[in-house]
Ligand binder design. Structure first.
Ligand code: ATP
Length: 199
């Protein structure tokens, strides 16, 4: 699996629709300060479901929408799509290519799509879980993150190893099952209270 392309429109400094195509091997993005190099990495994190505006260097999520310049009007939405080569079926979808897209309007309305079909953020998270690519993956190492990892709490470092070992999805499923069990337990307590009141 490798990243084949990134398409951006109205995202941060990219007002127009732009497509970055990548080949196998190493690609460098060069440019003057403030020209948008880090915004490319932000676009990948955002499309993979990043929920923290702060980690995208903004105050709120709508800050990712192109805000306009002296001679360009602001855009009404931000759009990012990434296409991954999936010939090796590293992602559990039976397609040679997988495209994930995310769109956000100024109204706050947003949408994720997987190969063109609308989906939930949960579907995107589950697809990338344990691949090292998703929201909690380690495939994007931001500025200062190496230091953060080295000086992080043991539990935070453990999360990285869990992801690499492929057990994140089981940890998440266990947590979801435990939450559901707790809800059912609370419901049972409520039912027995009502029964006691009635008897
Ligand atoms: P450096 O080399 O200094 O790290 P860089 O090339 O990585 O810089 P970025 O940090 O990716 O640059 O981009 C910063 C630019 O993006 C700034 O010029 C900023 O004005 C612009 N920018 C960020 N968000 C928006 C937005 N919502 N609308 C328009 N421009 C934006």
């Amino acid at each position: 699996m490798y990243l084949k392309s990134i398409e951006v429109q109205g995202f941060k400094s990219f007002a127009n629709k732009i497509c970055f195509s990548f080949q196998h091997g190493v690609t460098g993005i060069v440019g003057p300060n403030g020209s948008g190099k880090s915004n490319v990495g932000d676009a990948v994190r955002w499309v993979l479901g990043e929920q923290s505006a702060k980690s995208l260097r903004g105050g709120n999520m709508q800050d990712v929408i192109f805000a306009g310049t002296a001679n360009r009007k602001p855009q009404g939405f931000a759009y990012v799509a990434i296409t991954l080569d999936n010939a090796d079926r590293a992602l559990s979808l039976d397609y040679d290519e997988v495209t994930v897209s995310r769109r956000l309007y100024r109204s706050g309305e947003s949408e994720y799509r997987l190969n063109g079909s609308p989906c939930r953020l949960k579907d995107v998270n589950e697809l990338f879980m344990d691949t090292g690519i998703g929201q909690e993956g380690y495939s994007i190492i931001g500025q200062g993150q190496v230091e953060k990892i080295l000086s992080g709490r043991p539990e935070e470092r453990r999360e990285l190893f869990d992801e690499a070992a492929g057990i994140t999805k089981f940890r998440k499923r266990k947590a979801a099952a435990e939450k559901k069990l707790q809800t059912e337990h609370d419901n049972l307590v409520r039912v027995s209270d009502i029964l006691q009141e009635l008897s």
